[in-house]
Design a protein around this ligand. Sequence first.
Ligand code: DGP
Length: 113
Amino acid sequence: MESCLFCKIAAGEIPSDRVYEDEKILCFRDINPQAPVHVLVIPRAHIPSVDEVNAENCDIVAHIFKRIPEIAKTVGLSNGYRVISNCGPDACQSVGHLHFHILGGKRLSEEMA
Ligand code: DGP
């Protein structure tokens, strides 16, 4: 999608600090980290949010989760981490391209909301 920020990052039109990439997905450091380690994993293909995951496109979600343990090791998360996907206004999703936050590098809050 032409106007999508994360599509532009995936295309290399906007620079990002990439920590992992393959033909289907990309992982880069969040510009506004909420923890000592905070990266985002996105599919290269545009899916607006978890709400638009369906039988046709869900393989990419499985692929992302297959790669998350390896990505976590790459960024030094040896003592656990949290994976979050904000979906829609009540979850404060601010970028309309499916993404999974991986947070860690310290003992995170027990609060989820
Ligand atoms: P969410 O609020 O769940 O939609 O998360 C969007 C995240 O994207 C937020 O933590 C900040 C991050 N972000 C926004 N713009 C950029 C950018 O241009 N570069 C990078 N690396 N991260 C960005």
